[in-house]
Design a protein around this ligand. Structure first.
Ligand code: TRP
Length: 341
């Protein structure tokens, strides 16, 4: 039997951080052996809110792919590709727009909060408003069974499931695969150093490419329990960002419990907690950063990986598009699209 498919991706608007790692990269690396794996650099989606800075999007494609390779995505078994290189995706989007309402698209909490942070109150670009349908095409085009993503992406997979159901119902066929979301148990929500959601735009992220001194500098600014006036006071570990990082990355969970108890009891200097957190993060990031440097010093190798991945991805998407058109009855045997010739 052929393997089931996973697909996931990232907008290339900056390098990836430890929140991406825990929320999705780690799952992709673990699952790539059991699934046929497609990993998309979503440049077209990034353009929907960066039309004035396409150079940034373009330049970050290479950075994001280096992050993938550094964390252990294996290009021998996984297909890493560029979204905009597949014309089948916008074509599928166009057909899917007919089986979903504008109201349904508007019910997406992720898009609502993105619109708020981007100040799109009166005039939201149409491309941005509709990008979730484009993302549905991203998912469906590969016959995807499972989408490993962080929890902000869950509404997109719910939308994809609605579109798949509507499409299959409308055309009375089992053409499209119903995708499922996969989320890791811990760390799906790793906070930034200031305690808010970790995000490139908030300046509170720790990157997989950060040098040790940058990590130390960021950890020094890390939020701890604001109600704790002196170090003798008991602290609330759920208020201190350090514990989220320690729980996610400390190799010894018993040590984390010990630190937590000490923090609750009182008498734990923030400095000690921060030093240990910085050490733990450095131990995790350093080998990734060094592997990343090996890849980024060989751009030809990286581009070849992307080229091969994009070819494999396009072949798969072309098959899905042909099946979709056939199901809809818009395949015209007397004229074939050139990609199928
Ligand atoms: N929206 C995702 C993000 O902002 C990126 C993305 C685009 C994606 N297409 C996808 C994720 C398909 C999963 C599946 O990070």
């Amino acid at each position: 039997m052929s393997k089931k498919v996973i697909l996931s991706g990232d907008r290339p608007t900056g390098p990836l951080h430890i929140g991406h790692y825990l929320g999705t990269l780690k799952s992709r690396v673990e699952m790539q052996h059991d699934y046929e794996t497609f990993i998309m650099v979503a440049d077209a989606q990034a353009i929907t809110d960066n039309v004035g800075d396409i150079a940034k999007v373009r330049n970050n494609i290479f950075e994001v792919v280096c992050d993938y390779l550094a964390v252990g995505i294996d290009p021998k078994i996984s297909h890493i590709f560029i979204q905009s290189c597949l014309p089948q995706l916008p074509e599928l989007t166009m057909y899917f727009l007919n089986v979903v309402s504008i109201q349904r698209i508007g019910h997406n909490p992720t898009v609502k909060s993105e619109m708020k942070t981007r100040g799109y109150t009166d005039s939201v670009p149409a491309g941005f408003y509709l990008y979730p349908i484009y993302q549905v095409a991203d998912i469906v085009a590969f016959g995807t069974h499972v989408v490993p993503v962080g929890n902000d992406q869950v509404p997109m997979i719910e939308l994809a499931r609605d579109v798949v159901r509507n499409f299959n119902e409308q055309f009375n066929k089992e053409v499209l695969v119903l995708p499922e979301v996969y989320q890791p148990k811990i760390g799906a929500r790793l906070p930034g150093v200031d305690g808010n959601k970790m995000s490139k735009s908030q300046g509170n992220a720790i990157y997989l490419s950060d040098e040790n001194d940058e990590i130390i500098k960021k950890i020094k600014k890390m939020k701890s329990d604001p109600n704790r006036k002196s170090l003798e006071d008991p602290g609330d570990p759920s208020e201190a960002v350090a514990f989220s990082y320690l729980e996610a990355f400390h190799p010894d969970p018993r040590r984390v419990e010990e630190l937590k108890e000490h923090y609750q009891r009182g008498g734990m200097p923030d400095k000690v907690l921060k030093e240990e957190t910085a050490q733990v993060l450095i131990a995790f990031i350093e080998p990734i950063r060094e592997r990343r440097k090996e890849f980024s010093s060989q751009p030809d190798l990286v581009y070849e990986i992307i080229r091969k991945g994009t070819m494999a991805a396009e072949a798969k998407a072309a098959k899905t598009l042909a099946a979709v058109k056939e199901a809809m009855g818009i395949n015209y045997p007397f004229i074939k699209p050139h990609v199928l010739q």
